[in-house]
Design a binder for this molecule. Structure first.
Ligand code: SAM
Ligand code: FES
Length: 351
């Protein structure tokens, strides 16, 4: 087993085994980081090209019915001011992000049942009609008929991370959630033809490198269209406040590289949490090491302070326009271009 062979497998889109993925993680821990980054960049270029797609994220409600042990907006956290952005203000933010060159809106919230099947459906219809943006929804676990209805209203994609593929750990850190039900949501979305994104956190308590290898392989097994991963960052307001680890940016961006080698045809965003580990540079490094999507924060500025899943979240003081400009600069600085189309899944739909 060596990195060159595994890269050649990836270039043919052959599935790596869990043992091969684990081997790559050990190489990353030891000495061969640069070779892994380079291999991933080559595979990214072959399958995904040089374009970076912008998906503007609007965090439209921080109400949540769940109490995930790591999350700063979970229902038990008292020190957070709860908000919901109304439909008109969401539409305004969508128009603005479109003007800023972003071709997808990602509507994300806690698990907030105020946004019923019908309310969410009419919001999706309105966004599609007024802006024609690609629409990604990320509001947690719902029934199949709800996902189907939203698809009919114009939803293109859905993001719902499995968080960890280790069932025991999942259940330990999700006091009111069920592993099988969460996985079922992901499978349902795939089955009904919604472009499906999922992923996991790196460095959750009670996990090791074998868990990371299995998480990466699980993304392949699920045949995901998009894969969002990021470092777990301990939040002092949550039960896991003392379980944080000090992340090494070269290791966690290397995990992006291995994710790319194991999933050549998936869209992989450089997620915000990489910037927590290396301020203003983490996301560029992820893009240089296998990622191909950037998700600028397009939430109206006044709400950002109250959507802190973890401490030191970047861009809290910036406006949507500030982030839009900053992002363009960051992408051009690494010699890549911005995608003008919607950047749909290359597995299902042509761009
Ligand atoms: N409620 C929706 C759901 O359950 O999918 C979407 C919102 S949820 C807050 C978005 C993601 O934030 C989670 O899937 C989780 O991976 C990530 N997250 C939450 N707390 C985090 C933390 N302390 N460190 C890193 N990522 C975190
Ligand atoms: Fe928000 Fe740079 S991405 S300020």
């Amino acid at each position: 087993m060596n990195i060159e062979n595994l890269k050649n497998k990836a270039l043919k889109n052959e599935r790596l085994s869990v043992e091969e993925i684990f081997f790559l993680i050990q190489q990353l821990r030891n000495k061969n980081k640069q070779e892994i980054y380079k291999a991933a960049d080559e595979v990214r270029e072959k399958f995904m090209g040089n374009l970076i797609y912008l998906r503007g994220i609007i965090e439209f409600s921080n109400y949540c019915r769940k109490s995930c042990d790591y999350c700063g907006i979970n229902s038990k956290v008292k020190d957070v001011k709860r908000y919901r952005i109304d439909e008109d203000e969401i539409l305004k933010a969508c128009h603005e992000l479109k003007r800023n060159g972003q071709t997808t809106v990602v509507l994300q919230s806690g698990e907030d049942l105020f946004w019923t099947k019908e309310k969410m459906g009419s919001l999706i219809e309105r966004i599609k009609k007024e802006t024609d943006l690609a629409i990604t929804i990320s509001v947690g676990e719902r029934e199949e008929d709800v996902y189907l209805y939203w698809k009919q209203c114009g939803m293109d994609r859905y993001l719902i991370r499995f968080e960890t593929s280790n069932k025991e750990v999942f259940e330990k850190i999700h006091p009111d959630d069920n592993y099988e039900e969460r996985i079922e949501c992901i499978k349902t979305l795939k089955r009904i033809g919604v472009q499906t994104g999922s992923g996991f956190m790196i460095g959750l308590p009670f996990t090791d490198d074998w868990d990371i290898a299995r998480d990466i392989d699980f993304c392949r097994e699920l045949d995901l269209d998009m894969i969002g991963i990021g470092p777990f960052i301990a939040n002092p307001l949550t039960p896991l406040k003392d379980n944080g680890v000090k992340h090494d940016i070269d290791f966690i961006t290397g995990i992006i590289s291995i994710l790319r080698l194991a999933n050549p045809m998936a869209h992989i965003p450089a997620t915000t949490a990489f910037d927590v580990v290396l301020d203003h540079e983490g996301r560029q490094l992820a893009l240089k090491r296998g990622a191909n999507v950037f998700m600028p924060n397009s939430t109206p500025q006044k709400y950002r302070i109250d959507y802190q899943l973890y401490p030191d979240k970047p861009c809290v003081d910036e406006s949507a326009g500030d982030c839009a400009n900053c992002v363009v600069g960051r992408i051009l600085s690494i010699g890549r271009e911005i995608g003008k189309g919607p950047g749909h899944s290359i597995k299902t739909i042509n761009n």
